[in-house]
Design a protein around this ligand. Structure first.
Ligand code: HEM
Length: 126
């Protein structure tokens, strides 16, 4: 293993991952309604965030300040179902870009924790 996950993954595979992820988000019935139609800026911020989350340079904080991710998600209804959907899109994107198994498992474990932390409301009754 290299020094940190960001070095191991590399910037270009990370960009591919983020692109594959938002392609799925934009088509997901549970998710597309809360995201902007144009995901260019969202993807750019997510790439910055994941770069620092994985131990690379603090690109997100340099431009936007402290991530305060839970607070930044409060304007959106993040339900348990949406957290599950977000993670499913991420796992499929990881498979699409053929993320190495060890990296996939490690990153998915950390993101699962973060995604559940973002939940700020219950699922609606059907
Ligand atoms: C922004 C949804 C989990 C990182 C956003 C936005 C939405 C959203 C709707 C605003 C997009 C925009 O206006 O551009 C969700 C949902 C989640 C989730 C439904 C399910 C749990 C996560 C997780 C992370 C994350 C786990 C961490 C990897 C971010 C970042 C931004 C963002 C970095 C940009 C914040 C900014 O505006 O600076 N998310 N998110 N999100 N999300 Fe999530």
């Amino acid at each position: 293993m290299k020094h940190n996950m960001y070095d191991h993954l590399g910037g270009s595979q990370l960009e591919q991952l983020v692109t594959a992820f938002y392609n799925r988000v934009s088509q997901h019935p549970e998710l597309k309604t809360i995201f902007p139609d144009d995901l260019t800026e969202t993807a750019r911020k997510q790439t910055q965030f994941l770069t620092q989350f994985l131990g690379g340079p603090p690109l997100y904080s340099e431009e936007h300040g402290h991530p305060m991710l839970r607070a930044r998600h409060l304007p959106f209804e993040i339900t348990p179902r949406r957290a599950t959907a977000w993670l499913a899109c991420m796992e499929e994107a990881m498979d699409e870009v053929e993320l190495e198994k060890e990296l996939k498992e490690h990153l998915l474990t950390r993101l699962t924790f973060t995604a559940h932390h973002m939940v700020n409301t219950g699922d609606r009754e059907e």
